[in-house]
Design a protein around this ligand. Structure first.
Ligand code: DX5
Ligand code: ZN
Length: 218
């Protein structure tokens, strides 16, 4: 049986309190901490640069999973590695050379992930799998938390699981994951579930048990 990991996205945390928010979700059972980096170009929103990621680092005791929604991506890989990411995920759509991008991530010594937008066919990662520790199947169009899950991506996850075979590669899903959609993607073969609004809704650093209830419900 595959172990399912929950990776809360701090995009839905209180932006004035990241240190405490990270400590709260870890104390409440988060397996990884997912950091959404957006550039206002590859996606229509702006979030965290390397100095912010570096400030999160000392608070993360588990595993910091940095999802780069930026283009170009290659010029920034070393900066996010030095900021303390444990895994760096780049989008296959971020440029013409995703193979080189994965080589560059691997060269930093960090784990490497490759992400697919909902409209991108699975075949785009076929020849990249030998350089990847994880494939991220986006289940919304990236840019914002709180969007509706795109159901046809469940089939993509199932076909990706078959394509990976017995290679040790995680399948991550991100976007619209909640207690209703999580079982669908887990059954299809995803093992790292990112969730933003479904983890943080109703809770706060003053009331962190809500995060625990939300995580267990997923
Ligand atoms: C979307 C981000 C997600 C997002 C998920 O661009 O990559 O990580 O925060 O948020 P929810 O779980 O609210 O859909
Ligand atoms: Zn993400």
């Amino acid at each position: 049986d595959r172990k399912i990991r929950i990776a809360p996205s701090i995009l839905s945390a209180d932006f004035a309190n990241f240190g405490q928010e990270i400590q709260a979700i870890e104390a409440q059972g988060a397996d990884w901490v997912h950091v959404d980096v957006m550039d206002g170009h590859f996606v229509p929103n702006l979030t965290f640069g390397p100095p912010a990621v570096k400030a999160f680092r000392p608070h993360v005791k588990s595993f910091m999973d940095v999802h780069l929604m930026i283009a170009p991506v290659d010029p920034y890989i070393d900066a996010y590695a030095e900021a303390g990411a444990d895994m760096i995920t780049a989008h296959v759509e971020a440029g013409p050379h995703p193979h080189r991008t994965l080589q560059a991530i691997r060269a930093t010594g960090k784990k490497a992930g490759i992400a697919l937008n909902p409209g991108t066919p699975l075949e785009a990662v076929d020849y990249l799998l030998d350089l990847a520790d994880m494939v991220l199947v986006m289940t919304v169009n990236p840019g914002f938390g709180g969007q509706k899950f795109i159901h046809n991506q469940v089939d993509k996850v199932a076909r990706l699981r078959a394509m990976i075979g017995d290679r040790p590669i995680h399948i991550q899903v991100d976007g619209g994951i909640d207690p209703t959609t999580a079982p669908l993607v887990a059954k299809a073969g995803a093992d790292v579930l990112v969730a933003g609004s479904a983890v943080f809704k109703g809770g706060s650093v003053q009331d962190p048990q809500v995060y625990g209830e939300n995580i267990r419900a997923i």
